[in-house]
Structures are given as structure tokens and as C-alpha cells.
Design a binder for this molecule. Structure first.
Ligand SMILES: NC(=O)c1ccc[n+]([C@@H]2O[C@H](COP(=O)([O-])OP(=O)(O)OC[C@H]3O[C@@H](n4cnc5c(N)ncnc54)[C@H](OP(=O)(O)O)[C@@H]3O)[C@@H](O)[C@H]2O)c1
Length: 255
């Protein structure tokens, strides 16, 4: 399989790193020349990576083409390209839906949308894809786990959920700041909190038969401190704030 990328930025670099370290049978990875710095860095680092002459050269040379440009320029870039009938195309462009992509591509291609996250570089990324596609799922399974969405509704909801990354670090940062304000050295606060959150996430992944509300109860002694914090979080609008934020982002994704 030859995999091509149009737009060689942050997320392409992460995907390429994951692909070369994976067990996928990929004979060549063709990246577009922009950005020049990242394209050259990838070609210098990995023998399978070749920098294309231009975007059209990527399409000519690849069986599977990833579109990884920013949404603002997507129409202009995609309109200018000539795809092959039936070509496998994967768009990771945020907030541009299937109908618009197909109208710009203007050919009957096998189009899948995907939301890769930076963790694909370490083959630890969970990636939502829509619609289900065996070949594309295989690629993202090799970079972590692919979650195949049956409907646009499912895909949009996972896109909304993926926007919690900033909030996750915001919560860590806020609690670290609170610990520091109360006298704990910053380094110690972070060294404690980050592994604590890692262990909690691992528990949620491994105990998949246990409901999350049961896990919350399991990790909160009745009348104890964990229970007190969650009750206070709910009472002060913490859960409502999360729902409001997700409702807002979902509206934006759907618009
Ligand atoms: N970063 C993430 O975690 C992530 C996750 C999921 C989806 N996405 C989506 O993936 C897309 C790319 O995101 P990114 O974070 O990788 O952005 P990025 O780092 O800005 O990469 C975009 C790349 O496109 C290049 N480019 C600009 N004009 C081009 C053209 N005419 N033809 C080909 N390439 C061109 C840019 O090169 P120059 O620097 O030379 O302009 C840049 O290297 C976006 O639609 C984003 O929403 C990103």
C-alpha cells in the first residue's frame, strides 16, 4: 500500500511517525512539499517517505490519500486536484462535511472522514472514522484503535467529545495551581496528579464491564472525601458547565 498526504503539518507528521513504526505493509509514504520543513524532516528520518513534487503528484503516486490541510484553504486546494475514480480518500479536515468534500473532489471516490489525535504518533490514538471502511479502519487500528461510526450523528458526537483535550489539561493545570497556592511545590503537584489521572483513565479502559457511575461509587467511600468533591462539583455547576460546553461545540460542528 502507498499512502499519500496532502498537507504535511502537525497531524500528518504524527500519522507518518505512527505508520512507519506500525506493522502495516506500506511500501511508500508520499508527502506534499508543504510544509517544506516537516516534509524534509520526515524524508530524512524515514526511508519509506518521499516528498512529492506537488499535491497532484501525491494523488498520482498513492493508493490511499489523506487530506490534512486546514479547513480555511480546503476548498481551494481540493478543487484544484484531479482524483482517480474509486480512489481511497481520507479527510481529517475538521468541520467540513462529506457532502462538501465530495462536491469539491467531484469524482466517485471512496471517501472516509477521520479524527486522528496526536497520540497516533505513538500508536496509542483512538480515531473516529465515518462511514465505516475496512481499509481505513485497518490503518487507524495500527495507530491505536479505530472507532467506526455508522451515522454522521455518531461521528459528530465523537468529534465533540474529542474537544475535551484542552479542558483535561485545563483541569490538571487548575488543580496544580490550587496545590501550589496552598504550599506544594509545582513539580511535586504535577508529578502526583499526572500519574493519578493516568491510573484513573487506565481503570476506565480496563474495567469496561463496569459502568462509569459504578466506578465513581467504587472510588468514593460513602460519606467520604471523594463523594464530597463530586457532590460539590455538581452543586456548583461543574457537570452543567460540561454539558453546556459540549452542546455549544456540537452546534458549531453541525453548522
Ligand atoms: N493537529 C491535530 O491534532 C488535528 C487532529 C485532527 C484533525 N486535524 C485537522 O487536520 C488538518 C491539519 O491540521 P494540522 O494541525 O496538521 O495543521 P498544520 O500543522 O497547520 O498543517 C497544515 C499544513 O498544510 C500545509 N499547506 C498549506 N497550504 C497548502 C497547500 N496549498 N497544499 C498543501 N499543503 C498546504 C501547511 O504548510 P505551510 O506551513 O507551508 O503553510 C501545513 O504544513 C486541519 O484541518 C485540522 O483541523 C488536526
Amino acid at each position: 500500500m502507498r499512502i499519500g498526504f496532502i498537507g504535511t503539518g502537525t497531524i500528518t507528521e504524527a500519522m507518518v511517525k505512527g505508520i512507519v513504526a506500525s506493522e502495516l505493509s506500506v511500501s511508500q509514504i508520499i508527502v506534499s512539499p508543504r510544509s517544506r520543513e516537516i516534509a524534509n524532516r520526515l524524508a530524512d528520518s524515514f526511508t519509506a517517505v518521499k516528498v512529492a513534487a506537488d499535491n497532484q503528484d501525491v494523488i498520482r503516486s498513492a493508493d490511499v490519500v489523506f487530506l490534512a490541510i486546514r479547513p480555511q484553504i480546503a476548498e481551494e486546494v481540493i478543487n484544484a486536484l484531479e482524483f482517480r475514480q474509486g480512489q481511497v480518500v481520507v479527510s481529517v479536515v475538521a468541520a467540513v462535511d462529506r457532502e462538501r468534500l465530495l462536491s469539491w473532489i467531484g469524482k466517485d471516490v471512496e471517501l472516509t472522514q477521520a479524527i486522528p489525535l496526536p497520540f497516533v504518533a505513538d500508536r496509542q490514538g483512538v480515531t473516529a472514522i465515518f462511514p465505516p471502511n475496512e481499509r481505513v479502519a485497518k490503518i487507524f487500528d495500527a495507530l491505536g484503535t479505530a472507532v467506526e461510526c455508522e451515522t454522521k450523528q455518531e461521528y459528530d458526537l465523537l468529534a465533540a467529545a474529542s474537544t475535551l483535550m484542552g479542558t483535561y489539561f485545563g483541569v490538571l493545570d487548575h488543580v496544580t495551581g490550587w496545590l501550589v497556592e496552598n504550599g506544594l511545590p509545582q513539580q511535586k503537584a504535577r508529578a502526583y496528579l499526572a500519574p493519578l489521572f493516568t491510573s484513573l483513565a487506565q481503570t476506565a479502559v480496563h474495567a469496561e464491564q463496569t459502568s462509569l457511575s459504578d466506578l465513581r461509587r467504587e472510588f468514593s467511600t460513602k460519606g467520604g472525601l471523594n463523594e464530597q468533591v463530586f457532590e460539590s462539583f455538581v452543586q456548583h455547576g461543574g457537570t452543567q458547565a460540561l454539558s453546556t460546553a459540549l452542546d455549544g461545540v456540537l452546534r458549531r460542528i453541525r453548522s
